[in-house]
Design a protein around this ligand. Structure first.
Ligand code: CUA
Length: 196
């Protein structure tokens, strides 16, 4: 009486037996393909993190979300775009269900722009397509991200973190204008689309 083959690799298949060395060789090829893909994706991640300045926010800054509107940096009169003495711009925004405040902001092109955001209710997301900006906005923390817009234009900024029933309608807009349109502004002036 013939003993049935013990290893699953030696069991005959309906069309015949696949020899173990063939299986080993095929698995080896797949393993090589997987390793090459993994290494390629790792290289892409490392290169784009340097070239495109894509990396996790390094900013850890806490804020009391219960008093956002009453005092401190995120009072309403301080929201929008502010020019810094060095010519760069700082944008302050509040994310809340289901809107960004202000809803539309104006920023100058070709200078460094720093976004500072916080939330006064739940976790929101802040994404500017075609830029390196992509962050979560967590209540109790200030999210800070930096970029530079190379040319004027309108950018949409969707909330990309599910925040409730109105999440899909939570959009805002960034209007990038030539630097000259900003040059005459005072340092204390805040800008949003409504002021245009
Ligand atoms: Cu805010 Cu989704």
């Amino acid at each position: 009486m013939v003993e049935p083959p013990s290893g699953p690799l030696q069991r005959p298949l309906p069309d015949g037996t696949v020899p173990e060395r063939v299986v080993v060789r095929t698995e080896g090829r797949w393993l090589t393909i997987m390793v090459v893909m993994l290494v390629t994706m790792m290289v892409i991640m490392v290169v784009t993190s340097f070239v495109g300045a894509l990396h996790p926010a390094s900013n850890v800054e806490v804020i009391d979300s219960r008093t956002l509107h009453l005092k401190g940096e995120f009072v309403e009169s301080n929201l929008g775009t502010a020019l810094e003495p060095d010519g760069s711009a700082t944008v302050r925004l509040i994310a809340q269900q289901y809107d960004f405040v202000p809803r539309c902001i104006v920023v100058p092109a070709q200078v460094p722009v720093r976004f500072r955001l916080t939330s006064d209710d739940v976790i929101h997301g802040f994404l500017l397509p075609n830029t390196n900006i992509n962050t979560m906005v967590v209540p109790g923390f200030v999210a800070e991200v930096r970029t530079r817009f190379s040319r004027p234009g309108d950018y949409v900024m969707p909330c990309h973190e599910y925040c409730g029933l109105g999440h899909q309608a939570m959009w805002a807009q960034v209007r990038v204008v030539p630097w000259e349109q900003f040059a005459h502004r005072g340092l204390l002036e805040r800008t949003s689309c409504a002021a245009q």
